[in-house]
Ligand binder design. Structure first.
Ligand code: MIG
Length: 692
């Protein structure tokens, strides 16, 4: 059951597809009409307040810091480029305004508002929930249902089907901000292939471009780019270039010139283009909220598609501003003043903060406009939609340019609705053990908000990784749909071959390719049925009070649970089993031991390069025999992990990995295992299945 409430004149975000059919109650006319909350309308926004009961738990809010249960902190939806993801942060790159609460009452809330929204979930007052939407109109949806999972499904149905990437995008990707030229990339590929460590993609960060200009390729570093893309494809490698939001201001650069000619960039109040600084130096921001500008920006991706590229990542689209040009001039004037003074404590910090304050400045976001379908709108009022519509620009263009082929696409900034066009990576995390755990915890919230194709920078982006951190992180990463090792310029390099034990990496990553049929099947099924692929234990075992408190384990699809090790020097960990399960402890794809564990708490051993999975009763996990790339996987021979007491059935989905018109029914193979060990297979494919 969905109920809709509106306040003022909400900006149409297009997060909800078909929202027009849901009758809406006007909050102004009926402020007491909203169940569960009391509403207070003030000039600077509307606050909804509600008393929580003691045991109430809150899930959702997508990409955010802290635990699976979000209670006890204050979160802000205000897409921000800030690479320090510590426990004190309130906002990251995304605005995922959906949460659900489970206590004496159970309901979901989606705040459809593109401006800043604050979710105080027991921060100001530990018993109170306060949702504040800053000035401007908004729509609010309340969802009720018999279970948390059902509420999520209902929400997901309302926001439309999640993006499905090509199958190769489930392979391992190696990335590094700092791969400069062909030779750097060849080296990455050669090392993986030589050591038999699987690899499907290498990412091109900003250095591939000519002076950081979108849709260009540096001719000196890549003299024959299409030829190089082909060479990589022959090695079964996909190159995935980055696209930044800002377009360099440079005479003779067609993207810039076309944009100016047609008025496709964001403008200031005086009608002149807003100028800010990002990697290319001075840039304009494409007005992706303007339909025509969006279509134009999207068509530019064709320049790279035509050279053989079939995947992209969109960056800096909060949008991140190193500085706004007008303000920078003021800053320089003030600095000149400081330069004439002898600095005391006050003036020194004044100067320091002045300089630090030029980036992502609130007033700069208030100084430019979009030409949306609903007319002119000031950026800060729709700030959280920018990354969404930039990615939508690409996604819509792909539909017209490549109607029959899935193109990989994911973004840094996002809003609910973007999940239909692409995935997200979770931005500039750090090589910290706490971020390994955070990666796991975020998965559920992201899934709830429609983001299924998602993952973190494995090994951590900022700071220096150690070998054990990377190994442990990959042991989680082999289950996340987006599986990419990425790191920042200036940090310790973290390709597997920077460390001394290639066999460990070969074994762990090899397992991903073993699990791939299952992971791909679970992913597509989740997308097609508006379901989650990563579920907190409490979503599957709602009656189990101990399961509700588990913050470091996750259900992955219908058959298995994972419990990664996220502490340095640990050689095992405690796990909680809501029911009896079969533990498979993998040392490699071909070597695993099995153990039956009863419901309850257990200490389980997990040496540094061992991967544990827990199979649920009467469930099956089909595994392939691996491969060094996704296309090498032999889907016709499967080994079944199984824990069958009476009978277990698994519906395995598979397809060619490219077709856009996914049809679940026609791609399903039904695999049944009986207690006596008989295996039967029917449906689409007829893989040869053996028990393991
Ligand atoms: O301000 O392109 O999150 O993945 O390597 C840094 C360089 C810009 C931020 C992205 C990161 C990428 C980096 N970018």
């Amino acid at each position: 059951m969905i109920k809709k409430f509106i306040f003022g004149t909400p900006f149409e975000t297009e997060a909800i597809t078909g929202g027009g059919e849901i009758p809406a109650v006007r909050l102004e006319e009926n402020p007491g009409g909203i169940p569960y909350f009391s509403a207070a309308v003030k000039e600077d926004g509307v606050t909804l307040t509600r008393l929580m009961d003691e045991g109430e738990r809150i899930y959702g809010l997508g990409e955010n810091i802290r635990g699976i249960n979000k209670r006890g902190w204050i979160y802000e939806s205000d897409c921000t480029d800030d690479p320090i993801h510590t426990e004190g942060r309130r906002e990251l790159y995304a605005a995922h305004n959906f949460f659900l609460t489970e206590g004496r009452e159970r309901f979901g809330v989606f705040v459809d508002a593109p401006q800043k929204v604050t979710f105080d979930l027991g921060y100001g007052d530990r018993d109170q929930m306060k949702v504040t939407v800053s000035a401007g109109g908004f729509a609010l949806y309340l969802l009720e249902g018999d279970s948390m999972r059902q509420i999520v499904r209902e929400f997901r149905r309302a926001i439309g089907r999640s993006y499905i990437p090509p199958k190769w995008a489930f392979g391992y990707g190696q990335s590094r901000w700092g791969y400069e030229c062909e030779a750097d990339i060849r080296e990455v590929v050669r090392r993986h292939r030589e050591e038999g460590v699987p690899l499907d993609s290498v990412y091109l960060d900003i250095d591939y471009m000519e002076r950081y200009k979108d849709f260009t390729v540096d001719q000196e570093k890549f003299p024959d780019f299409p030829g190089f893309v082909r060479e990589m494809r022959q090695q079964k490698i996909h190159l995935v270039p980055i696209i930044d939001a800002g377009v360099k201001i440079e005479e003779g650069y067609p993207v810039y010139e076309k944009g100016v000619e047609n008025g496709y960039f964001c403008k200031k109040e005086d009608g002149r283009e807003f100028v800010c600084g990002v990697w290319p130096g001075r840039v304009h921001l494409p007005d992706v909220l303007n339909e025509k500008a969006r279509a134009w920006f999207g068509q530019n991706y064709k320049i790279l598609l035509d050279q053989g590229i079939d995947g992209f990542w969109n960056d800096m689209n909060e949008p991140a501003l190193f500085y706004g040009e007008d303000y920078l001039e003021e800053v320089f004037e003030k600095l000149a003043d400081y330069g004439r003074q002898e600095l005391d404590i006050k003036s020194f910090f004044g100067m320091k903060n002045l300089v630090l304050g030029v980036a992502n400045r609130k007033e700069d976001y208030q100084s430019f406009y979009h030409e949306s379908r609903d007319g002119r709108v000031r950026h800060d009022q729709v700030h959280n939609l920018y990354g969404y519509h930039m990615t939508r620009a690409a996604g819509e263009a792909f539909d017209s340019i490549k109607p029959d082929q899935r193109i990989l696409l994911f973004s840094r900034a996002s809003y609910v609705g973007m999940h239909r066009y692409g995935g997200v990576w979770t931005g500039d995390n750090s090589s910290w053990w706490s971020h390994l755990l955070m990666n796991l915890q975020m998965m559920a919230g992201l899934n709830m908000c429609g983001f299924l194709y998602t993952g973190a920078d494995l090994g951590g982006f900022g700071a220096d990784a150690t070998e054990d951190l990377l190994l442990r992180w990959l042991e989680l990463g082999i289950f996340t749909p987006l599986m990419r090792n990425h790191s920042a310029k200036g940090t310790r390099r973290q390709e597997f071959y920077q460390f001394g034990h290639p066999e460990d990496f070969r074994n762990i990553l090899g397992l991903r390719y073993g699990f791939l049929p299952y992971l791909y099947s679970e992913f597509v099924k989740a997308a097609m049925t508006d379901d989650m692929m990563f579920l907190p234990l409490s979503f599957v075992y709602p009656e189990d009070e101990a399961a509700a408190e588990v913050e470091d384990q996750m259900m992955v699809g219908e058959s298995m649970m994972i419990a990664p090790v996220y502490r340095q020097n640990a050689r095992g960990r405690y796990v909680y089993l809501p029911e009896e399960m079969k533990l498979y402890r993998f040392r490699s794809l071909t070597s695993a031991d099995q153990e039956l564990l009863g419901a309850g708490h257990h200490y389980v051993k997990a040496e540094l390069s061992e991967v544990l999975i827990f199979v649920r009763p009467d469930h099956i996990v089909p595994m392939s025999e691996g491969g060094c790339s996704v296309e090498d996987i032999d889907a016709s021979r499967l080994n079944l992990l199984h824990f069958v007491r009476t009978e277990g059935t698994y519906e395995l989905y598979d397809d060619d990995g490219y077709r856009k018109d996914v049809d679940l029914e026609s791609g399903l193979t039904v695999i049944t295992v009986k207690a006596d060990g008989t295996v039967s297979v029917s449906g689409a494919g007829r893989p040869e299945c053996r028990l393991r």
